[in-house]
Design a binder for this molecule. Sequence first.
Ligand SMILES: Cc1cc2nc3c(=O)[nH]c(=O)nc-3n(C[C@H](O)[C@H](O)[C@H](O)COP(=O)(O)OP(=O)(O)OC[C@H]3O[C@@H](n4cnc5c(N)ncnc54)[C@H](O)[C@@H]3O)c2cc1C
Ligand code: FES
Length: 265
Amino acid sequence: MTASPAPLIAFGRLRAGRRLSADTFWLDVETPAAESFRAPGCFLKLRGWPEPGPLLDRPFSLHRVQAGGLQLLIRRVGPATRLLCGLAPGRPLKITGPLGRPLTEIIPDPADFYLVAGGVGLAPMALVLDWLRESGRRSRLFYGERSGRHQVDPAWLAAWADDFTATVDDGSGYGRPGLVTEPLAEALAREPRPILACGPPPLLAAVTGLAERFGVAPWVWLEAGMACGLGVCLSCSLPLKEGGRFKVCREGPVADGRTLDWEAA
Ligand SMILES: Cc1cc2nc3c(=O)[nH]c(=O)nc-3n(C[C@H](O)[C@H](O)[C@H](O)COP(=O)(O)OP(=O)(O)OC[C@H]3O[C@@H](n4cnc5c(N)ncnc54)[C@H](O)[C@@H]3O)c2cc1C
Ligand code: FES
């Protein structure tokens, strides 16, 4: 079993940013500590907006570590993400991490996986793909969005995800029209494989149901809103089937979807 990496606070500088869809941005943060954050399954906390701004640092997944920098994929949903996506290159940023439990601790023997990303749930998948490739495992990525305006630039996606199926709920963009769970169910019927999914809770609940139907493990990457980040306030927590709550900040962000009480959540 691999121990969780010790978190550190590092300072970096925004090196570049790029808009990938109407509301999704790729940020590249240069920091001498970049390699220390490379822990698939973990997340980091970020701040760097002009003060006074949102009080709490915000949690994000690490998309990649490359060329002395951390790359993030951020969707604008509120004040902090709006500010982060509008920062000019050169802006100093504070980064805390890696936080949470690494995948190497939760899944010591990785198998061939189906990766499922709903919306900005795409963010952690590049680092997961790298981890699976290094473990000699095959993976296929299913990426779903509600509409074409949310879909990331397909050339950018193809640069790091060699085997992917894109879907778009309303048929307004590239890929197959409909829900991402449709091609996933077809793939599971042909060849059952464990699933690692990141996205909104209804998608994670649906993926868990499919996994149960096909007898495979559903690992769900939870992106619940966080406050204390210390396992105390329970704001990030989700109810467990057997009672008690799963604290995303301390025990996650990845959980076995079968242990969670999706109806109560
Ligand atoms: C472990 C983890 C990893 C994450 N990774 C990423 C990532 O890689 N990229 C990314 O863009 N976001 C990610 N998030 C979500 C991100 O932290 C939030 O979007 C951000 O904190 C919102 O801050 P805000 O001030 O912009 O908006 P807020 O004012 O905090 O929220 C604005 C609106 O968005 C809703 N909202 C906030 N957080 C979430 C959420 N997690 N899911 C759904 N709705 C939400 C709120 O209910 C509110 O309606 C992650 C969250 C966690 C816990
Ligand atoms: S954020 Fe407070 S318990 Fe997780």
